[in-house]
Ligand binder design. Structure first.
Ligand code: S3P
Length: 449
């Protein structure tokens, strides 16, 4: 839910002793949204454990109720979803407010686009700035119609197709949200809907659709990876165990890599290969991260991470083809890169400009304010590392309604020479409720104000 009047919650991180202990990070945000949406489209009762109870996912839960599904919280992370079946969504009585969540709004638009109902979507000031044309354009091919503000911005009304047709769509941008919106729309179109992605993006929708019993074929074509979905399946309700979020795990992991003497464990983190780019990059930088007891949980590979400070991180060139597998992790990588020896060069990251904030600009300005030199281009960011104890800090950074910008600078402040504050840690609750307490439990010094 968007809360434009919520008072800002400034927070400050100061260097403290080594971090130690176990960091049980929350459930995966991408998997949590999908579990609720596919649960709502199945026939019968889906049970979810480990659901992320961040505001983004709670907004998706409220939206599924508004479309007619029964959604109930049974206990911490434990939810029941009573689905209405593909094509069974009812018309919501009021505006659907997706708060801060691009994933929520884009996936839900896809899920309703082939049902003959109308819905109006909005969100907070950050979400209302983000492009929706990337979703409404392919949804129009199914026969859905959208009226939004200039540039397809929210608030936007979508009228689902009464007689949807299947679609063959090559993604013009590497986006799992767009891919997922098209696949979810394809669920209620007769025949086969095909999405082709030139660069592989996170594959949770495909995995979960298969788990719910949809017929999917995945092929490698010269143009890329093609996912063909047979429309109008009856989805069977499932038990979904949500793994812990590698994008949230990234924050305590990064903190342990830059705070001298640290050694922490982060159990049960998803090791989905479409999400592991940050971890590959950190290992290339010289980080000491062990991936212990690899196993499968809820259709996703997971492992326990054991992370140790070495003080010997080196800057690296991050290959552009890795971008999709770590798209949410560039802000925290930039914070870690400030403590490395030499430059870390990140290219092919244009998509960061249309996230919860323009993350290239937010990181560049914040790092400069903290005494770290950067070079910025339309599609790239270079961070000139200052070594393990060389980051000055001593700034208050603008969060810009972006949870990952807030968490990245708080992590940076845990090892900088002078405290680093953010003007508003409120947005952290969209993806990582309990972030500050969890980091404090490991030994970090995080104070309100
Ligand atoms: C997500 C996809 C990514 C990512 C977002 C979650 C998803 O966005 O940034 O946090 O769950 O599908 P794009 O698909 O727009 O790259």
């Amino acid at each position: 839910m968007s809360a434009p009047d919520a008072p800002a919650r400034p927070m400050t991180a100061r260097a403290a002793g080594p971090l130690s202990g176990t960091a049980e990070v929350p459930g995966d945000k991408s998997v949590s949204h999908r579990a609720l949406i596919l649960g709502a489209l199945a026939v019968g009762e889906t049970r979810v454990t480990g659901l992320l109870e961040g505001q983004d996912v709670l907004d998706t839960a409220a939206a599924m109720r508004a479309f007619g599904a029964g959604v109930a919280r049974l206990g911490p992370g434990e939810w029941r979803v009573h689905g209405v079946g593909t094509g069974g969504f009812a018309e919501p009585e009021d505006v659907i407010d997706c708060g801060n969540s691009g994933t929520g709004v884009r996936l839900i638009m896809g899920a309703m686009a082939t049902t003959p109902i109308a819905a109006t979507f909005t969100g907070d000031a950050s979400l209302r700035r983000r492009p929706m044309g990337r979703v409404t354009e392919p949804l129009a091919l199914f026969g859905a119609r959208a009226w939004g503000r200039r540039g397809g911005r929210l608030p936007l009304t979508l009228v689902g197709a009464a007689e949807p047709v299947p679609v063959r769509y090559a993604l013009p941008v590497p986006s799992a949200q767009v891919k997922s919106a098209v696949l979810l729309a394809g669920l209620n179109a007769p025949g086969e809907t095909v999405v082709i992605e030139a660069e592989p993006t996170r594959d949770h929708t495909e995995r979960m659709l298969a788990g719910f019993g949809a017929a999917l074929r995945i092929e490698t074509l010269p143009e890329g990876r093609a996912i063909a979905l047979t429309g109008q399946p009856e989805l069977a309700p499932q038990r979904v165990a949500v793994p812990r979020d590698p994008s949230s795990a990234a924050f305590p992991v990064a903190a342990a890599l830059i705070v001298p003497g640290s050694a922490i464990r982060v159990p049960g983190v998803s090791r989905n290969p479409t999400r592991d780019g940050l971890y590959r990059t950190l290992v290339e930088m010289g980080a000491d991260i062990a991936f212990e007891t690899p196993r499968e949980e809820g259709g996703e590979p997971v492992a326990d991470l054991a992370v140790r400070f070495t003080g010997a991180l080196r800057g690296v060139e991050v290959p552009p083809e890795r971008a999709a597998s770590m798209i949410d992790e560039y802000p925290v990588l930039a914070a870690v890169a400030a403590f490395a020896e030499g430059a870390t060069v990140m290219r092919g990251i244009r998509e960061l400009r249309v996230k919860e904030s323009d993350r290239i600009d937010a990181m560049a300005r914040g790092l400069e304010a903290c005494g770290v030199a950067v070079e910025e281009g339309p599609d790239m960011l270079t961070v000139h590392g200052r070594g393990a104890d060389g980051v000055p800090g001593g700034a208050r950074v603008a969060t810009r309604l972006d949870h990952r910008i807030a968490m990245s600078f708080l992590v940076l402040g845990m090892a900088a020479r002078a405290p680093v504050g953010v003007d508003d840690a409120g947005p952290v609750a969209t993806s990582f409720p309990g972030f500050a307490d969890l980091l404090r439990g490991l030994g970090a010094d995080l104070a309100e104000g």
